[in-house]
Design a binder for this molecule. Structure first.
Ligand code: CU
Length: 146
């Protein structure tokens, strides 16, 4: 009887250890997801100069080769993007999306990245390019109130 009891106890101890291990491991598993931690332009940023690229910074390494990205202008006008470079020299958590020449407008980049843990994560970065400010009419007298 004693042996049965001690066996049950050791099984219980093992289960307990497993549960502790699972709790301890799972935050790391969640971190395996590629979540956006920073971007250039930032979310909802308004720019005067159109950006030449969008830089996405994730919390985990991503498979750059299989990244999908779509740029939309206004309501749903799709803008063709050049292929995303592999960027082997860059950090594995960073993705650089080159952009074509952009005019003023509201843009959103929709992306889907594959993290090293095998999970794909969709995301979205919105930004605006404002129209260049109209230059004030030239005043040969040198300006100032009239
Ligand atoms: Cu994941």
């Amino acid at each position: 009887m004693r042996t049965v009891l001690s066996r049950a106890q050791s099984l219980g101890a093992r289960l307990y250890t497993s549960v502790i291990l699972l709790i301890w491991i799972s935050p790391n598993t969640v971190l395996g997801h590629a979540l956006l931690v920073d971007s250039t332009p930032r979310q909802n940023e308004e720019l005067v100069t159109p950006p030449k690229e969008i830089v996405l910074q994730f919390n985990a390494r991503i498979e750059k080769k299989v990244t999908q990205a779509t740029l939309l202008e206004g309501k749903d006008h799709k803008i063709k993007l050049p292929p995303i470079p592999e960027d082997k020299q860059g950090p594995p958590e960073r993705l650089v999306v080159p952009l074509p020449k952009l005019g003023p407008g509201s843009y959103r980049l929709e992306y889907r990245v594959l993290a090293a843990d095998g999970h794909t994560t969709p995301g979205l970065v919105r930004f605006k390019v404002s129209a260049p400010r109209e230059k004030p009419p030239e005043d040969p007298s040198g300006g100032g109130p009239k």
